[in-house]
Structures are given as C-alpha cells and as structure tokens.
Design a protein around this ligand. Structure first.
Ligand SMILES: NC(=O)c1ccc[n+]([C@@H]2O[C@H](COP(=O)([O-])OP(=O)(O)OC[C@H]3O[C@@H](n4cnc5c(N)ncnc54)[C@H](O)[C@@H]3O)[C@@H](O)[C@H]2O)c1
Length: 246
C-alpha cells in the first residue's frame, strides 16, 4: 500500500476521474476526503468506498469559492488531520467555437478550472508549507498542451494549470511540497457524454493505442505521483493519453 494513512483531499470526486482517483487512493490505504458541488452524488460515491477499510469523509465544496474552500480545509484538518495530498480535479466544459463563445462560457470555465485550482492550491500551500510536507497534483489535459477546436476557454484554463504547476513546484519544492500535473487524454466519463459517438470514434482512431482511456488508467498515474515512489518528481506534466498528439 503506497499511501497508507495519508489524508487525501480530491476535488470533483463525486464521479468520473475524481472518483476513480479516490477509489485507487483508498485501495492504497489513504484516508479520503471527497469534495464536490453535487451533494447527493457525494454520498453515493462514499457508499461505493464503504467496503474498503479506510476513513472516508464528504464535503460539499465549490472550488471557486475562497471562503468555502478555506473553511472546508479547516474542518477537514480538525476532523481528520493534516491534508497530505491535494488532487485538484474538479473541472467543467462549456464548449463553443471562438466566434460564438460567450463571455459567460469563458467566465464559468475559468472560474472552476483555473481560479478553482488556484484557490485550492493556495489554501493547501499555506497549510503544507507550515508543516514542511505535502503533495499537490493538478489536472490539466491534452487540450491544454495542444489546443482543441471549440475549446478556447477550456484549453486556456488547462494551459494555465500547467503554468501554475511549474510555478508552484519552484515556489514550494524547498518547503517539502511536490507539485505535478497529469494531462489526461480523452477519458470515458460523463464529461464526454455530450461528445457525439462519431467524434469519440475519431478520437479513438487518432490515438496510437486505438481507444479512449478508462478513468482507472488515469487514476493509476495520480497514485504514482502521490506516492513516495515519485519523491524526486516535481514540476512534471505527465501525459496519460495513449500516445495521442493532437
Ligand atoms: N474526461 C476527459 O476526457 C478528460 C480529459 C482530460 C482532462 N480531464 C479533466 O479531468 C477532470 C475530471 O474530469 P471528468 O471527466 O471526471 O469530469 P466529470 O464531469 O465526470 O466530473 C467532474 C466533477 O467535478 C465536479 N465539479 C464541477 N464543478 C465543480 C466545482 N465548482 N467545485 C467542485 N466540484 C466541481 C462535478 O460535479 C463532477 O463531479 C477535469 O478537470 C477535466 O477537465 C478530463
């Protein structure tokens, strides 16, 4: 068990990649805090982890709300203990071609995917710096590296996550805190439910391994970066995309 007794806070953990990360971390012995805006789904997610012999806590938290995030982290540290691992996973899409994108679509995606990561990262950094240890893993995307049609807002947010990751790695390395990011390729979650079958098939075709990812395959990379096996890995953007280059 690579994460025995570590306390891990995972945002956007009610479903998809976030839930898969929570499950994998729990299998590795971590104590889990599932954070999300979807309250009922959080409880369902928690019940799915009940057979694993670890503590699991849920917290309703909007990553884009500074006060809410700060008070949630205070509450977690009081009830469970110090947060050892933060996974910034919560993310949304509001796709449109550039000439049709509204400022509202831009603002919504930036608020969650960019400002949300900044807020959670800065609140965790305050606490981790003081203790001299911690791991932060951000969630970027292939789209943040290569761009994608119809995703100006999303691509900008995910490229920003890469820039924050490398900056935080430099700021926090000497304080005992490692910061890395995963850049998943196309992964079968509800986020992809709006993408037409034809486009999914095309993406699979373009991917050298010939298929899209399962959330568990992305979660495995998070578990590695969170563990001491990655003790000298800092500021790295790990593509988990089956070899896809857009
Ligand atoms: N699915 C993919 O193909 C893919 C590829 C690359 C990167 N990603 C990234 O991986 C992450 C997870 O994606 P997913 O596919 O599991 O998506 P998903 O839509 O299945 O899950 C996202 C979760 O984030 C939560 N969330 C949304 N806004 C929130 C907020 N303000 N505060 C807290 N929680 C919030 C949602 O309620 C949901 O549970 C996202 O950052 C996404 O951008 C996904």
């Amino acid at each position: 068990m690579k994460l025995k007794n570590k306390i891990a806070l995972i945002t956007g953990a009610a479903r998809g990649i976030g839930f898969a990360v929570a499950k994998r971390f729990a299998e590795e012995g971590a104590q889990i805090v599932l954070a999300d805006v979807m309250e009922a789904e959080l409880e369902t997610a928690k019940s799915k982890l009940a057979n694993l012999d670890v503590r699991v806590m849920t917290v309703k938290m909007d990553v884009s709300n500074r006060e809410g995030v700060a008070s949630a982290m205070d509450m977690i540290e009081k009830e469970m203990g110090s947060i050892d691992i933060l996974v910034n996973n919560a993310g949304i899409t509001r796709d449109a071609m550039l000439h049709k994108m509204t400022d509202e679509q831009w603002d919504q995606v930036i608020a969650v995917n960019l400002k949300g990561v900044y807020i959670c990262g800065s609140e965790a950094a305050k606490r981790m710096r003081e203790r001299g240890s911690g791991v932060i893993i951000n969630t970027s995307s292939v789209v943040g590296l290569y761009g994608n049609i119809g995703q100006t807002n999303y691509a900008a947010s995910k490229a920003g996550v890469i820039a924050m990751t490398t900056t935080w790695a430099k700021e926090l390395g000497r304080k005992g805190v490692r910061v890395n990011a995963i850049a998943p390729g196309y992964t079968m979650t509800e986020m992809m439910s709006t993408v037409p079958e034809k486009v999914l098939a095309m993406m699979a075709e373009k991917t050298p391994v010939g298929r899209l990812a399962q959330p568990e395959e992305i979660a495995a990379a998070f578990a590695f970066l969170a563990s001491d096996d990655a003790s000298y890995i800092n500021g790295h953007i790990l593509s988990v995309d089956g070899g896809l280059v857009l």
